[in-house]
Design a protein around this ligand. Structure first.
Ligand code: UTP
Length: 408
């Protein structure tokens, strides 16, 4: 893109301040900035005015989960189906590690965090060890895709390479980078993180499949005959990944997506709940639950909206390709965004100062025809690390690891 074209584009979106330091930049920096202006979708910024206004939702109904008792009764059948699919190479894993992990407050990627007490136990290590359990049980390597972002890619790849991928087979790991979205103030003016760089952040946890396609990885998926992709968050150090029983249950039920869920510990717990929205699978956020919904009971007299999602889903690959062209809604999230001030000093704000624009997995699920919520034992499979201390923290995850016999 030429300087004139960049000016025209910025003018159109009211973002001319992006070029404030252009003349001071080196030729290489100028080129990089023009390229960034060219690839940035400034259209998303108009959504800044929607901050705090939840998107319009349809009519909610409960969606029954497959509960532990049913899973236990059919465990052998499901495990056989899942193991077969894994052995045939039809199942891949995809680690979502593109997030910024701001709440944990470490400068390194979240997965590099050491939760060990007497020895080193990294978050990445816990996850890979969990997946290795399945590799051993099925005697089959599972292709592990790792999504990073341009903010943490180099560090992530370097760290995992140095650690020899914690025993995972190197040629069974593929990294790809997530797309970025610009970050702005509350008026929708983009922040600059350097004189020659617009502030950006990863485009949300639903960015993974479009980013995979952009990286040309659909060719790999087709060439290897991958039919199912188990996506999972980087920060749950106890979760089971590609576990054969879950894979088998999802396949046996003919569902386009399987969603691991845990029983909520209180009606108003801060987790999203699997449900139907206008008859299609969806997730209702905890703050959207009305008192009536919290009081609703299922046939057995248990709370009808009782199962929270843990960001561990098994997606049917052809179904993902079918919905890939659909535009997902954008969610405006208030965040702390580092920026340079009028004197070009880098400021790392203590409080939220603007908006990021994200696409969320719940909207992907809503595009699919069917979903199987699959219950897992909370104390055994859910130890998320969002913060250093308190709820969902390094401390609480350590406690849960100890209870599960994991040495730290
Ligand atoms: P979170 O919603 O907890 O966000 O991500 P985060 O960025 O890790 O942490 P905070 O909110 O800044 O403290 C849940 C999972 O989704 C991934 C994260 O890496 C994590 O595994 N994620 C999130 C992405 O891969 N990309 C994104 O754009 C957002």
């Amino acid at each position: 893109m030429t300087l004139q074209e960049a000016k025209d584009k910025l003018e159109k979106y009211g973002q001319m301040h992006v070029l404030k330091y252009y003349d001071e930049l080196s030729a290489a920096e100028q080129e990089a900035l023009l390229a960034q202006i060219d690839e940035t979708d400034f259209d998303v910024l108009k959504n800044a005015k929607n901050l705090g206004k939840g998107s319009e939702r349809g009519a909610f109904e409960p969606l029954a989960a497959m509960q532990l008792s049913e899973i236990e009764a059919k465990k052998d059948e499901f495990t056989k189906i899942g193991t077969e699919a894994i052995k045939q190479g039809k199942v891949a894993a995809c680690l979502l590690a593109g997030g910024m992990g701001t709440r944990l407050g470490s400068d390194d990627p979240k997965g590099m965090y050491n939760i060990g007490l007497t020895k080193e136990v990294y978050i990445f290590q816990r996850i890979i060890e969990n997946l290795l359990d399945v590799v051993k049980a099925t005697d089959s390597w599972i292709h592990l895709f790792i999504m990073t972002s341009e903010k943490n890619h180099e560090k992530t790849v370097k760290f995992l390479t140095e650690k020899n991928f914690f025993g995972y087979k190197a040629d069974k790991i593929t990294f790809f980078k997530q797309d970025m979205a610009p970050a702005s103030d509350y008026e929708g003016k983009v922040y600059m993180e350097e004189k020659g760089r617009i502030s950006t952040s990863p485009n949300g946890n639903a960015g993974w499949f479009s980013s995979m396609l952009k990286a040309g990885l659909d060719e790999t998926l087709h060439a290897e005959g991958i039919e199912w992709i188990n996506i999972f968050a980087v920060d749950n150090v106890l979760q089971r990944i590609c576990d054969p029983c879950f894979v088998g249950a999802t396949i046996a039920n003919g569902a386009e997506v399987g969603a691991k869920v845990v029983k909520k510990n209180a009606p108003n717990e801060g987790v999203g709940v699997m449900c139907l929205e206008d008859g299609r699978p969806s997730i209702v956020e905890y703050y959207e639950l009305t008192q009536e919904m919290m009081d609703a009971k299922d046939e057995a007299g248990d709370p009808a909206y009782n199962y929270g999602v843990i960001l561990n889903y098994l997606f049917n690959e052809p179904a993902l390709e079918r919905i890939a062209k659909k535009e997902l809604p954008l969610h405006v999230v208030e965040k702390k965004i580092p920026y340079i001030d009028e004197n070009a000093n880098l400021i790392k704000p203590e409080k939220p100062n603007g908006c990021k624009f994200e696409q969320l997995v719940l909207d992907m699920i809503h595009e699919l025809d069917s979903c199987l919520p699959y219950e897992v034992v909370r104390e055994k499979e859910f130890a998320p690390i969002k913060n250093k201390t308190g709820i969902d923290s390094v401390e609480s995850a350590r406690e849960l690891c100890k209870k599960n016999g994991i040495e730290l």
